[in-house]
Write a protein that binds this ligand. Structure first.
Ligand SMILES: Cc1cc2nc3c(=O)[nH]c(=O)nc-3n(C[C@H](O)[C@H](O)[C@H](O)COP(=O)(O)OP(=O)(O)OC[C@H]3O[C@@H](n4cnc5c(N)ncnc54)[C@H](O)[C@@H]3O)c2cc1C
Length: 392
């Protein structure tokens, strides 16, 4: 089985973007699909503890490390399965392209390639770190796009049965930063199948490959267009990267604000009745909206003022975790005394390692933030990353 060299094992501090955490007991680094399946089956058969690691951009591991085997997914490759008119001609008149992407393929390299090829559908997800195999785990999303918009299926090695099977996206319960893979379905994503719009024929007429309609007000503003407009793919990617860079959301070795796991907390989902107890200035929006609007929209604009609580299903509302944190008295750059864990100076939702922080310090800061928000607003923020040996 492929093992990592004979020297000392790397620490999670070297394997994750938060840059904290001790060593794993064992590390396997399979680089082909066959090796990956073999490694997983062998480790699972041994009965020892195991975990999967992609780019380490959505996990925080304790200073004690992990007493088990880490399978680090390094498989690479993008296969173009089909191009041409959509198989489901009623779905859209535009052409489609299907890709099968190996789990270890770096996500942003994939996005860059699709933009260069003139394939639209992933461009607003530019700059998200990590691997393609981890993308379905929390149904990555940003700037009005989510993986679920393009995901057709995954090839999955099931831990419970040992069986290799294809799971259609519709069966994955993809939602806001969640999926069946985060809710108990244990196993290994080997590859991801995506369907994108092949805009090249259109581009030969229009002179430029265009994005899917811009769905996020802040992005539309940055591009100088309206929500719903389409813009050149390259321009959209550049704009997303610039917006993300200004928030410390593009990995940058020179910027300690990017030593993070991205957003540390998810936006809380509450009942409409509870959301009405929030201060008037608190942003809130229906669960069905993909991302927070950049302005405070009175919830009545969506639901009116009537007794919609009687509606079935009960309307659910998202609150802004960033607003809750800032309005519980925690500002950007905040640190507990003597701690090397800080709220990002650019984005209040990111907990960062300013240099040499321990996982313990990250945990302390997270608990402090949670406690402040709970006592101010009665909302318990939930962590977005996988926590290994770190409890909030
Ligand atoms: C600066 C920054 C910005 C970010 N911005 C965003 C954003 O805008 N939107 C967003 O949604 N996320 C964002 N994230 C979070 C993160 O990048 C994504 O969740 C990403 O998909 C994680 O990929 P990874 O390979 O690093 O996963 P890892 O951190 O390695 O693993 C995450 C989880 O997936 C599991 N996993 C990994 N590979 C596999 C596999 N092949 N099969 C099954 N399970 C697997 C792991 O066991 C773990 O539970 C950001 C993170 C950072 C650091």
């Amino acid at each position: 089985m492929p093992r990592t060299g004979s020297g000392p094992l790397p620490r999670f501090a070297d394997l994750t973007t938060m840059r904290v955490g001790g060593q794993p007991a064992r590390l396997l680094s399979p680089a082909t699909e066959l090796e990956l399946v073999d490694a997983a089956r062998t480790v699972w058969g041994s009965g020892e503890e195991w975990m999967l690691l992609g780019g380490g951009s959505n996990m925080v591991v304790s200073d004690e490390g992990f007493d088990g085997t880490v399978i680090r997914v390094l498989t690479r490759g993008v296969a173009v399965l089909a191009t041409g008119a959509a198989a489901d001609a009623e779905a859209s008149a535009s052409d489609r392209v299907r890709l099968r992407v190996q789990a270890g393929e770096p996500w942003d390299e994939l996005v860059a390639r699709t933009v260069a090829e003139g394939w639209s559908g992933l461009e607003a997800l530019s700059g998200i770190p990590g691997s393609t195999g981890a993308a379905p785990v929390q149904n990555i999303g940003a700037y009005g796009q989510e993986l679920s918009d393009s995901l057709v299926a995954i090839d999955f090695l099931d831990y419970e049965t040992g069986v290799l099977r294809r799971i259609d996206a519709a069966e994955l319960q993809l939602g806001y930063r969640t999926s069946a893979l985060k809710q108990g379905l244990r196993g290994l994503v080997l590859a991801v199948e995506l369907e994108l719009h092949d805009t090249r024929a259109e581009a030969s007429v229009l002179g430029s490959a265009l994005s899917t309609p811009v769905a996020y007000p802040q992005l539309a503003g940055a591009l100088g267009v309206q929500v719903g407009d389409r813009v050149p793919l390259g321009a959209l990617r550049a704009s997303v990267l610039a917006l993300r860079g200004a928030k410390g959301m593009v990995l940058d070795a020179g910027d300690p604000d990017t030593n993070s796991a991205g957003s540390f907390f998810t936006n809380p989902i509450v009942s409409l009745a509870f959301s009405r107890t929030m201060p008037a200035s608190a942003p809130r929006w229906p669960l069905t909206d993909p991302d927070p609007p950049d302005r405070v929209i009175p919830i009545e604009e969506y639901y009116g003022v009537g007794p919609v609580e009687d509606a079935t299903p009960v309307p659910l509302v998202k609150l802004s975790a960033a607003w809750l944190i800032e309005n519980s008295g925690i500002s950007r750059g905040f640190r507990l005394p003597g701690s090397r864990a800080a709220i990002s100076s650019k984005h209040s939702l990111a907990l960062t390692n300013v240099g040499g922080a321990t996982a313990d310090e990250i945990g302390q800061l997270a608990r402090f933030v949670q406690g402040r928000v709970q006592s101010e607003f009665g909302v318990i923020l939930q962590p977005e990353p996988l926590l290994v040996g770190v409890t909030l």
